[in-house]
Design a protein around this ligand. Structure first.
Ligand SMILES: [Zn+2]
Length: 150
């Protein structure tokens, strides 16, 4: 059963609700204009930044926790290539996990990464979960969770 997640508030909606006509117009919790379809359920933590991109990896929505985590205001991220905008890198990966998710249409889960918060001189370690969109627009959702120390 499909699950939808709101990129703005991280509210999750089960696919059954969509069949009943309550979806996919928008988020029933915060009223945001669209929800992102996931193949399987996913829980975004309170510090997990949710960023939606188009098929060219340009930021469409810098939603839930993004400003808290990265320091960037949404308006400064929209339209920019996501990895460049967030200083996102995947030092341990043999390929580009974002490209892998887009080209193969697969989820990439718990991929270690680093990003550069606004105003800092050092990268911060995080874990990325990357979800391809299943609609014709072919974008993706990136969930960035800060790595826990220790
Ligand atoms: Zn919402």
């Amino acid at each position: 059963m499909a699950v939808f997640i709101c990129p703005r508030c991280a509210h999750r909606v089960a696919g059954a609700e969509r069949a009943e006509g309550h979806q996919p117009r928008g988020c029933p919790s915060c009223g945001f204009g669209f929800v992102f379809e996931l193949m399987d359920d996913y829980y975004a933590g309170p510090l997990t930044a949710l960023v939606c991109c188009d098929r060219d990896r340009r930021v469409l929505v810098a939603g839930h926790a993004t400003t808290t985590l990265t320091g960037w205001a949404e308006g400064d991220l929209i339209g920019r290539e996501v990895a460049e905008a967030l200083g996102l890198s995947f030092p341990g990966s043999p390929d580009d996990p974002i490209a892998r998710a887009i080209e193969w249409g697969v989820r990439v889960l718990a991929e270690p990464c680093a990003f550069r918060p606004l105003g800092l001189d050092a990268d911060r370690e995080a874990v990325a979960d990357i979800f391809p969109a299943y609609d014709d627009d072919g974008g993706l959702l990136i969930a960035l969770t800060p790595a826990t120390k220790g």
